[in-house]
Design a binder for this molecule. Structure first.
Ligand code: KIV
Ligand code: ZN
Length: 392
């Protein structure tokens, strides 16, 4: 369903992401993040789990009322009470969505829910139909889908579609699957489940084995046209699929994905990442793809030389395309003469070959003692002819 060349971005930073230990946000903070997600141009914001607490219900309601031009989803277990709370929270949204979930793996059915497959199937039918009576857009998720019996999973999705689900989601709840397996699962569901062509098929991955982004991209190859992701990969345990990684993978490699793209305004990626990090207090690792401090930093001399000649030697996307000001050529003990010369020219010092050789010797001596060489150190090296830093 929908444009086959577009993958919808369902952002769950404010629900699955906020379930990350220590990531709790106030209503005002959630609203700030939701407004930024609007600027980023996500398709759906899952704003919370309204039955979880009165505070969560109030936050989702506030977001539904004030963030326009984007669908707002509320999560609900397959219970009337949860569905009523979700509807109360999202009913004022421009595009309200109730997201109903029920586990389908035998592990969850036997040990957590203590119900039979038949009971779960009946509950899917009645609760999806109940939700659909309230709201025109219903997502149904089969929790722990990747560890569920395949024939049973097909039956559950068929029942959900018949009962009125408009999106069906295939969560890898415990980050267990691998790309080839997940892609095959999507292909199988599209082939075997009647009515699947009329609904949106969605992927939702966790990163327990570091596979979340790869699995999500594999699902897109298998026919998923919605992906559930979080900013900075925030989420339970090892986290969810990182929004920024999926968006930029599609944009950087249209050859691999047949030009399938998202509606995301990628220049807002860095600002969104930094806002979420600031408000949750969860720092972004420096080597994090796209939004980490070092994602566009180059220190090695060979790399700096290549970058100065042509940036495509070591960069597959421009820093500006995701919101950074520029590439960062970091001067440290691995840097070479070309990198030093380029930075000195920026600082207004044009040296001849002999002067540069001598300055480079002093620079290397200082870099052996000091991790980061700043501009003040460089000016001091040039002006004093000594390697003692001017400012640390
Ligand atoms: O990981 C999961 O299974 C979930 C569902 C509630 C969609 O977050
Ligand atoms: Zn999840």
């Amino acid at each position: 369903m929908g444009d086959p060349a577009v993958v919808k971005i369902f952002d769950t930073t404010l629900r699955d992401g906020e379930q990350s230990p220590g990531a709790t946000l106030t209503t005002a903070e959630k609203l700030q993040v939701a407004q930024q997600l609007g600027r980023l141009n996500v398709d759906i914001i899952e704003a919370g789990f309204p039955a979880a607490s009165p505070g969560d219900l109030a936050a989702v309601k506030e977001i539904a009322r004030s963030v326009r031009g984007v669908a707002i989803a509320g999560l609900a277990r397959a219970f009337k009470g949860d569905i009523d709370a979700a509807w109360e929270a999202v009913c004022d949204a421009e595009l309200p969505v109730i997201h109903v979930f029920l586990a389908t793996s035998d592990i969850h059915l036997q040990h957590k829910l203590c119900i039979s497959r038949e009971e779960a199937l009946a509950r899917v039918r009645t609760m999806v139909a109940y939700a659909r009576n309230l709201c025109p857009t219903i997502e149904f998720s089969a929790e722990d889908a990747t560890r569920s019996d395949r024939d049973y999973l097909c039956q559950v999705f068929e029942a959900a579609i018949q009962a009125g689900a408009t999106t069906v989601n295939v969560p890898d709840t415990v980050g267990y699957t691998f790309p080839h397996e997940y892609e095959a699962l999507f292909r199988m569901l599209r082939e075997r489940v009647p009515g699947m062509e009329q609904v949106t098929l969605s992927a939702h991955c966790h990163d327990d084995l570091g596979m979340a982004t790869a699995n999500t991209l594999a699902a897109i190859k298998g026919g998923a046209r919605q992906v559930e992701v979080t900013v900075n990969g925030l989420g339970e345990r090892a986290g969810n699929t990182a929004l920024e990684e999926v968006v930029m993978a599609l944009r950087t490699r249209p050859d691999t994905f047949g030009g399938v793209d998202t509606h995301i305004n990628a220049q807002e990626l860095l600002a969104t990442s930094q806002l979420v990090s600031k408000l949750t207090g969860i720092l972004v690792q420096p080597n994090k793809a796209i939004v980490g401090m070092n994602a566009f930093a180059h220190e090695a001399g060979i790399h700096q030389d290549g970058m100065l000649k042509n940036r495509t030697t070591y960069e597959i996307m421009t820093p500006q395309s995701v919101g950074w000001n520029d590439t960062n050529l970091v001067l440290g003990k691995h840097s070479g003469r070309h990198g030093l010369d380029a930075r000195l020219r920026k600082l207004g010092h044009k040296l001849n070959a002999e002067q540069l050789q001598s300055a480079y010797g002093r620079f290397v001596a200082l870099a052996d003692q000091k991790k980061n060489i700043n501009d003040a150190d460089l000016v001091y090296i040039i002006e004093s002819g000594q390697e003692t830093p001017a400012a640390v």
